[in-house]
Design a protein around this ligand. Structure first.
Ligand SMILES: Nc1ncnc2c1ncn2[C@@H]1O[C@H](COP(=O)(O)OP(=O)(O)OP(=O)(O)O)[C@@H](O)[C@H]1O
Ligand SMILES: [Mg+2]
Length: 361
């Protein structure tokens, strides 16, 4: 239950810079997701918070106290590793009890606490088994129990659900989110799964190549991405991007002309930009038959998903994906117009791929 402050953390391995001046403030009791592609530095950052790695430069504070030189065992963090190995020769009880044994806690206290977390994670009937007698999901919960049993100030989770099947992931994810709030523990949750980050986190830090590109609520990063990369990393399917040219009050998108969105008129004029990338989410557009105001194109493909379908439209060779209601019928090559929801359009500078409203930052 502490506030974690990262102040300009750089981590080098030899001459490779895995983290580049990362600054981040994680509030007390906050659930912060660290989201980024493979190799972006997520684990490195988590292990730096845990104290397993020492930053090459920069400082780390817990509740304002500088812990940069404090070893992991004195930081009171609970860590669930990416490959969450349990001790194979120990029963579940002893696996969970291990951090308390290390602290030489009294036997009856150990027994009580192990039982408590085991109940919380619904593995109390498994305490007498060995890890190899458990399913992947059960082993996962044991690893989480082991991290929780010492009542850590900060819970650090590195892709803790990556080895579970899709259904179990959904189940454990809901439990974990609830547990974190119930216990009021500050949590940092590393994942490369955008859906997981959106579903679980209070705030998401999007990291790429050792740089945090944006920190914000799920709503912020989803609807107001600071970079094209963020828009394209979140959402399924992700944000659509098409190149556009600004011609006075209009956007020319491969020959289709639409007004510059109201929320951008002032910015566009002030910045005097001419080449942009227009971004919009698949559910912030609709496909209408024939000609209308919007992006003219033809139906390239359509995929029913049960409740809705994804229609891929070729807009003069650029493909965009749009959700359409389940009952609507489309045919290949059919001429259509993609009508955009104006207030949800995001315009990015073509060169820097940064959203126009953030260009000054
Ligand atoms: N001990 C190390 N020595 C040298 N390079 C390292 C070391 N640990 C990590 N790296 C490099 O630092 C970069 C970031 O690694 P990191 O493990 O933090 O990525 P990640 O975001 O956790 O990726 P993944 O999603 O695949 O787990 C990678 O390019 C990796 O090869
Ligand atoms: Mg990792």
């Amino acid at each position: 239950m502490v506030r974690v402050t990262l102040d300009s953390i750089t981590k080098r391995f030899g001459d490779f810079e895995a983290l580049k001046r990362v600054s981040l403030e994680i509030s007390d009791k906050e659930f912060m997701a660290l989201l980024g592609p493979s190799g972006s530095g997520k684990s490195t950052l988590l292990y730096t918070i845990a104290g397993i790695y020492r930053p090459t430069s920069g400082r780390i504070y817990f509740d304002g106290r500088d812990v940069t030189d404090v070893p992991p065992k004195d930081r009171n963090v609970g860590l669930v590793f990416q490959n969450w190995a349990l001790y194979p020769h120990m029963k579940v009880f002893d696996n969970i009890a291990f951090p308390l044994e290390l602290r030489k806690a009294p036997k009856d206290e150990i027994a009580r606490k192990v039982r408590e977390v085991a109940e919380m994670l619904r593995i109390e009937n498994l305490l007498d088994r060995y890890p190899w007698q458990l399913s992947g999901g059960q082993q996962q919960r044991v690893a989480i129990a082991r991290a929780l049993v010492k009542e850590p100030d900060v819970l650090l989770l590195d892709e803790p659900l990556s080895n579970l099947d899709a259904l179990l992931r959904l189940e454990v994810r809901a439990e974990l989110k609830r547990l974190q709030k119930e216990l009021g523990i500050t949590a940092v949750y590393v994942t490369h799964d955008q859906a997981e980050a959106l579903a679980m986190a209070d705030r998401i830090a999007v990291i790429k190549e050792g740089v945090i590109l944006q920190v914000g609520t799920p709503d912020d990063v989803y609807y107001r991405p600071k970079y094209r990369f963020v828009g394209g990393f979140l959402g399924s399917p992700p944000m659509n991007f098409v190149e556009a040219e600004i011609e006075g009050p209009y956007l020319n998108v491969y020959g289709s002309v639409i007004p510059v969105p109201a929320q951008y008129r002032e910015t566009v004029e002030r910045l005097g930009v001419t080449e942009v990338i227009l971004g919009f989410r698949p559910h912030d557009a609709e496909v209408v038959k024939g000609k209308a105001e919007g992006l003219a194109g033809t139906v390239y493909s359509f995929e029913p998903l049960g409740r809705e379908q994804i229609v891929t439209v070729s807009v003069n060779g650029a493909f965009v994906k749009v959700f359409a209601p389940e009952g609507e019928h489309f045919s290949f090559g059919e001429p259509v117009t993609v009508k955009l929801r104006e207030d949800r359009i995001v315009l990015f500078d073509k060169k820097s791929e940064k959203a126009l409203e953030f260009l000054g930052d």
